[in-house]
Structure formats: structure tokens, C-alpha cells
Ligand binder design. Structure first.
Ligand SMILES: Cc1cc2nc3c(=O)[nH]c(=O)nc-3n(C[C@H](O)[C@H](O)[C@H](O)COP(=O)(O)OP(=O)(O)OC[C@H]3O[C@@H](n4cnc5c(N)ncnc54)[C@H](O)[C@@H]3O)c2cc1C
Length: 509
């Protein structure tokens, strides 16, 4: 396979969940991989999801049985491999008989329980709501079922980390600006977005995993016509003060047949989403509209005793789904499945492009894409990711690790400890090494974010800006004031040195 500093077996364009998933799988099979991401890892769709590891109960209504079965069977593998950043979650579905009859929901839940093997997650059941529940008094009956929750942005970073452990070069803030297809290799120009310098490297194959940019990368960068277009559908979420004290999420049915989730979020908040709005323009500029905020608040107010207004929204975010364009009239009915396009005409270096996908199916998608890649690398080894633990995930469950850490770091505050467990798992031991008191964690920047953690993120997780740290590596931005952000910016300016730049390919993080 490839040797030399500037020649690779595979260049992956795009540092979202699909690009990092493919980089990790391919590097683990022995390929020499470079991944370039024009901004920060997970800075586009992969940090803007509803963060559910789910089969997608709703997709059954659209007969997407292949996707639902694959996603359902993936849930437990993912939950086992990354117990720090993912956990099981119960979902409560209030029953409103004029929207969907009980028999229909029961049938859907029966299928959901039985389409794939389940060992960790309990099955569904009917439930009754009472005065102690947060819902309005006229909602008395419902159902309960299981899915999982994931910190999507951290999933991407940890997948990139695992790829790096197998030798992959991960270049953030590096845009693929040109790629020329030759007979046996691609010549690829990478632009360092921090200083606008460029460098040319070569690779035997390219993977286009640029999500919402997948079709335009053909015209703008690869100089060839796109084999198909994607449909961009914006989805927005709002974060509001916690609506329910318990740990369950709610799945609310709306009059327009859409569903909206209310999910426990970062201790004190609830995450409410999502919307489905056809979108054109720059995916990075997607923003929630006042109509979307009202839409989400109206659904919450129709179900919960606690009534909310726009001033209760503490944060919001929007992302663009890169969906396969199956020409459905209605955006929410467009398929959430994925497909690949392989360009490998005789005498040309191959290109594999990813269309669509879900966070939940990213490992399967990456496995299938890497299988396709390996047709061009007969020396590569076989599938391996189904039982692969992501960095820091070498423990059983939150409770057991919390207990161990309480013993090992008795001085660590409960809030900090519990966040470290669900953000880093065992990796927290690396940056807590040598600390014996809260003072040893250094300056507090916001919420539970201390200097030690910031140092770790800059050194080991490609974090460069306060946004990377406050909104993707952690969600401590929820607690940060303007002056907190300025102080963090000042610290980063003083200390952060770009570790692996496009112009300096051999220095890996
Ligand atoms: C509102 C919403 C809710 C969702 N909820 C869920 C959910 O609950 N569960 C679930 O399983 N899925 C969910 N999804 C779907 C899931 O988030 C996406 O399918 C997934 O994140 C897509 O990942 P990706 O890697 O293909 O794209 P992205 O994450 O967008 O990554 C593509 C990357 O390519 C980079 N890039 C583009 N061009 C270049 C270039 N020229 N050079 C270098 N880099 C480049 C971009 O900067 C970007 O970071 C949701 C999506 C949305 C929008």
C-alpha cells in the first residue's frame, strides 16, 4: 500500500460522521488514509441532529423497512461500543386518538420491538399518565418504547481519534479545492483555511463524504457532472428550561402528522425538535426562523402543563439534512436511507460518493463504503468495526465508572465528574493525571469547563476556537457569558498552535 509522506491510498473529503466513519474503517483495514475537513470536525450536519440512535418509528409509516431494520439492529452495537457518549433512553408517546388510532401505534411498536434482535433495550408497553406527570390533564394514556441517545459531535471526534490511532492523518480547517482524476491516482489540492496556503497530495482513491456539499463537490472541485442531486432539508431545534424532571423523552404527534421530540438535555434543559423545511443556499448559514420557533413552542404548549414563549428559548441550532432526492412532495417523507455512487471507469482512479445517511447507520454505511473501496485494495483486511470501542469507552456503564472515579478523585465535584464520564469516559484519567484538588484544574472558563480540559481538547481533539470547545467538544456554551467567551478566546490565542496543517502533513496530533 501507499508509502511516502504525500501519497495516500484514500483521501476522504468531509469530517462529519460519515467521513470520519469511513476514515476509521479504512485505516483499521490497513489503508493509508488522509481526511480533510474544511472547518471543524462535525461543524455541519453531524452536530445539528436530534441526537437519537433510533430505528425511526415514523419511517415505518413510509414503508422504509430496510432502513428501520438496519438502524434498529445498529442501536445496540453502538450503545455497547461507546457507553460514555451514548445511552439508552425511554420515549413516551402521548396518545391522541384523532391523530393515529391506538391499533396503528401498537402495530408500529410491535414491529419496532421485533424487526431486529434486542438484548439491552426493553420492549414497548402501554402507559397511563397521572397528575404527577408534566402533561396536561386531558392526556391520560400513551405508550412507551426504547431507543438511544448520542452526543453526535463527540461521536465524530472520537471516530476521528480512532482513525488517527490507526495512522490516519486528520486535517481540520483544510479544504479540498481541486481534485484531478488520473489513470492511476488523484492529484488533490488542499487549502489550509487558517493561512490560505495550498499543498498538492496524491491518492489512489477519493471518498466524497461532504454531506450537504456532495453534489456541488462534483462541479466545483472534481470537475465532473454530479451523478445525482441531493435534497437539502433544514431541521431546527430549540433548547428550553427542563420540561420534565424524569429521564424519559417525549415524542409528540402534531396535527400536521409530523412528530416532535422533547429530550432531556445537559441536566437543566430540554431539547425540542425538529422541523422539516426545504432549503437552498449555503448549508453553513442555515438558521431557525421565528415560524419554526413558534411551531415547536406550539406543540410543546399543546402537550405540557408548563407553557413556554420565545423568551424561554436559551439556544437554538439548525442543520441541513443531505437527503437522497426521491422526489417526494413532502420534505418529511423524503427517504432517510443512503446510497453510493462509484466512479471507476477503466483506466481511472476511483471515486466513491455518499448520498444521504443517518447518525444511527453511520457505522454500517462506513463498512459498506469501505468494502467498495477495498475492491481496489486487495491487500486490505476485512470488516472489524462492529465490536470496536471508541476511545474512552472501555468501561461498562456510567454508574460503575462514576463510582470508580469518585474513589480515585474524591475531591472532584459531582457535576464535573458526571460530565467527564459522559464526555470522555476513561480518557478523563489522562488529563486528570497528577491533579489532587479542584484548584489543580486551573481557570474556570464557563459552567464545568476548566483549563485542564481545554488544554486536553486543544492538544488531542483538534479544538482551535472557543466555538469548537463550547458548542461541539462540550456544550458548556449554554453557561458561558460574553466575557467567558472572550477569556477563552484570549487563552486560545496565547496557547493554541495549529498541530497538523495541510502544509505540514507529517506532524500528526
Ligand atoms: C435536524 C436534523 C436532525 C437529525 N436527527 C437525527 C437523529 O436523531 N438520528 C440520526 O441517526 N440522524 C439524524 N440526522 C441525520 C444526520 O445528522 C446526518 O445524516 C449526518 O450527520 C450526515 O453526516 P455527513 O457526514 O454526511 O455530513 P456532514 O456532517 O454535513 O459532514 C460533511 C462535512 O464535509 C465538509 N466539507 C464539505 N466540502 C468540503 C471540502 N471541499 N473540503 C473539505 N471538507 C468539506 C463540511 O464542512 C462538513 O463538515 C438529523 C439531521 C438533521 C439535519
Amino acid at each position: 500500500m501507499a508509502t511516502g509522506h504525500d501519497h495516500f491510498d484514500v483521501i476522504v473529503v468531509g469530517g462529519g460522521v460519515n467521513g470520519t466513519g469511513i476514515a476509521m474503517d479504512a485505516a483499521g483495514r490497513g489503508l493509508k488514509v488522509l481526511l480533510c475537513e474544511m472547518n471543524d470536525l462535525a461543524s455541519a450536519t453531524s452536530s445539528s441532529s436530534s441526537k437519537l440512535i433510533h430505528g425511526g418509528l415514523r419511517y415505518l409509516e413510509h414503508y422504509e423497512f430496510r432502513l428501520v431494520r438496519e438502524a434498529l439492529s445498529e442501536r445496540e452495537s453502538l450503545l455497547r461500543n461507546s457507553p460514555h457518549i451514548m445511552w439508552p433512553m425511554r420515549f413516551r408517546l402521548p396518545h391522541r386518538p384523532h391523530l393515529r388510532p391506538a391499533w396503528m401505534i401498537r402495530t408500529g411498536l410491535f414491529l419496532y420491538d421485533h424487526l431486529a434482535k434486542r438484548e439491552i433495550l426493553p420492549g414497548s408497553r402501554s402507559i397511563e399518565f397521572g397528575a404527577a406527570d408534566p402533561l396536561k390533564a386531558d392526556i391520560t394514556k400513551g405508550f412507551e418504547y426504547s431507543d438511544g441517545w448520542v452526543d453526535d459531535a463527540r461521536l465524530v471526534v472520537l471516530t476521528a481519534k480512532k482513525a488517527q490511532q490507526f495512522g490516519a492523518q486528520i486535517l481540520t480547517r483544510t479544504k479540498c479545492v481541486k481534485a484531478e482524476q488520473g489513470a492511476s491516482e488523484w492529484k488533490v489540492t488542499l487549502r489550509d483555511m487558517t493561512n490560505e496556503t495550498e499543498k498538492t497530495v496524491s491518492a489512489k482513491a477519493i471518498v466524497n463524504a461532504s454531506g450537504p456539499w456532495v453534489s456541488r463537490l462534483f462541479g466545483e472541485t472534481l470537475s465532473m457532472p454530479a451523478p445525482k442531486m441531493i435534497r437539502m432539508v433544514k431541521g431546527s431545534h430549540i433548547v428550553v428550561p427542563r420540561l420534565n424532571k424524569d429521564t424519559e423523552a417525549y415524542i409528540l404527534q402534531n396535527e400536521d402528522e409530523r412528530i416532535v421530540f422533547v429530550i432531556p438535555y445537559e441536566d437543566e434543559f430540554s431539547l425540542v425538535g425538529t422541523t422539516d423545511v426545504d432549503y437552498e443556499g449555503d448549508p453553513r448559514k442555515a438558521k431557525i426562523s421565528p415560524e419554526e420557533t413558534d411551531y415547536l413552542l406550539d406543540i410543546v404548549n399543546a402537550h405540557f402543563k408548563r407553557q413556554l414563549g420565545p423568551s424561554d428559548v436559551v439556544w437554538s441550532y439548525s442543520g441541513v439534512r443531505p437527503l437522497m432526492d426521491d422526489e417526494q412532495e413532502n420534505a418529511q417523507k423524503a427517504s432517510r436511507d443512503y446510497s453510493f455512487e462509484v466512479n471507476s471507469e477503466k483506466g481511472k482512479a476511483p471515486l466513491i460518493s455518499v448520498f444521504g445517511g443517518k447518525i444511527t447507520t453511520y457505522r454500517k454505511l462506513a463498512e459498506a463504503a469501505t468494502d467498495k473501496l477495498c475492491q481496489f485494495f486487495p491487500e486490505a483486511s476485512g470488516r472489524w468495526t462492529k465490536t470496536a470501542t471508541l476511545p474512552g469507552g472501555e468501561f461498562d456503564n456510567h454508574e460503575s465508572l462514576e463510582q470508580k472515579m469518585r474513589g480515585d478523585f474524591p475531591w472532584l465535584s459531582e457535576r464535573v465528574l458526571s460530565r467527564y464520564v459522559r464526555t470522555y469516559g476513561m480518557t478523563a484519567y489522562e488529563f486528570l493525571k497528577g491533579c489532587t484538588s479542584m484548584e489543580d484544574l486551573g481557570v474556570n472558563y464557563a459552567g464545568t469547563l476548566y483549563e485542564k480540559e481545554v488544554e486536553h481538547l486543544v492538544k488531542n481533539e483538534w479544538a482551535m476556537t472557543s466555538e469548537d470547545i463550547l458548542w461541539r467538544r462540550t456544550k458548556q456554551g449554554l453557561y458561558a457569558t460574553e466575557s467567558d467567551v472572550e477569556a477563552l478566546d484570549r487563552y486560545l490565542m496565547k496557547t493554541a498552535a495549529p498541530e497538523t496543517r495541510a502544509t505540514d502533513l507529517h506532524h500528526s496530533a
